[in-house]
Structures are given as structure tokens and as C-alpha cells.
Design a protein around this ligand. Sequence first.
Ligand SMILES: [Zn+2]
Length: 268
Amino acid sequence: MKAIISHDIDHISVLEHTFKDAIIPKFMVRMHIELLAGKISLREYMLRWTDFFKNKWQNIDELITYNNINNVPSSFFIAVNRGIGLNYSNRAAFLWIEQMKHRNCEINIHGIEFENQDLINKEFELFGGLADRKNFGVRMHYVRNSAQTFNMLNKAGYSFDSTEHSFKDPYKIGNMWEFPFQIMDGWIIEDGKKWQSLNLEKAKEKTLKIIDQANQHNLKYLGIDFHDRYFSHSFKTWLNWYMWLVEYLKSNKIEFVNYGDAIKELEK
Ligand SMILES: [Zn+2]
């Protein structure tokens, strides 16, 4: 089994959210619940205020640097439309796409449109233009999909999608590869709530169970989604969980590849 780690970019700055959605009040409620429930330390709580006043809700550069040191190829999903709680502009996305290109990242769309072929096609073309790329994949924001989503993504021209959550090997839908994935940071650490509910030790236990399950299914690839937003000392459990996971996979001789590498292997 090899591992494919990827990162969804849901936020870039704090100010992109002002008055446009309920993200800032939700952020405030969440950090107070987490502090009072003893899930985060006073230091983490204070650091969240620091991020807030720095207007910085992404950790893309820091994450790429960490990945590079650990031979993890950095693969990102970045949005070109606004969606639930996702509000950054095309200009902000474009600036980060340029940065990610300079750092040799794999860049794909964090998709918003999932149920209308014309809008899916438009989103595909908009990203192709902004990123100046022809071959790229998609993961839907909030992994939203309907019965027709994957067929429509194939028709739009995506080379792959990684929205499905299941213990299956990659499979083809027309010309498009579907890469089911198994681990998402939020599913582990929030565990069905809207705030951190597991501590690091419990999060590790839960993750190991999923890795066991992936092994039992003899999967070719273990798919992991970690949001760059949480690669920060203000989300210490999330940060430590990610670094532990990378170390764990390394110590078990699991090789890291990106989607492009995996598609080449699958089509050999
Ligand atoms: Zn998302």
C-alpha cells in the first residue's frame, strides 16, 4: 500500500468571511467550547486570536515545507467558486496557485458545483484558465455529490476525482479515475461534532483502525485528506496528529505518491 496525502484549501484569510457567512461567529463559538471542554490549551486559544488578528487562516507554505522535508508530495485542492463557508476570491486563489507552482505542487480543484453539467463545465474551464493547466482533478468541498456527480465530472474532462469515501481501489468512470479516500482530519478529530472532540491519543487509535481496515481490503492506495488550515500550533492536536501520521507511515515503509504518480502506475 502507498499513501496519497492531499490538502483542501477552505480558507485563506479571515476578512474574506466578514458579513458574507457565519464562519467568524462559528469560529468564536468553537474555540470557546474547545477551551471550556479542556480540548485546547490556553496557549492554543491565544494563538487562535493571533491568527485572527493576523488575518491568516491558511498554512500552505508551512505545510509544503514540512511535506518536502518528509518526502511527501504536496497535492492541493483549491477553489475557484464560492461555496459553503468558503469565500476566497479568484485573485487570492490565483496568487496561491502561482506559489504552489513554484514549489512543484500538484494543483487540483476544490469543487463547488456538483449537480449541474453546465456549471461543472464552467468551473472546470475557469480553473484551467487560472492555473493554465489541462490535466487536473477535483475533490468536492464537503465531499458533496449526487448520483450523477461522477459522470458529470468525467464529461467535464477531469482526469480524476477524489470525493468518494470508501475502502475501494481507484476505478475508472469513462476517462476519469475515481480515487476513493479513507481518512479525513475532521472525521477523526471532530468525530461527528462541529468542534474537536477527540484528544491526540484517541485520534491515533481511530486512525490506526482505519489503516488496519485499508490493509484488510488490500488497498493499493491509502487516501488521506488534511486541511492546511490545521497545520498550525493554534490547532495543536490536528498538527500533532498529521505529523504523527506521516511519521507512522514512514516508519512502516509506506511510500508517498501524488495522484499524477498513481495514475501513471495504474495505467502502466
Ligand atoms: Zn472543503
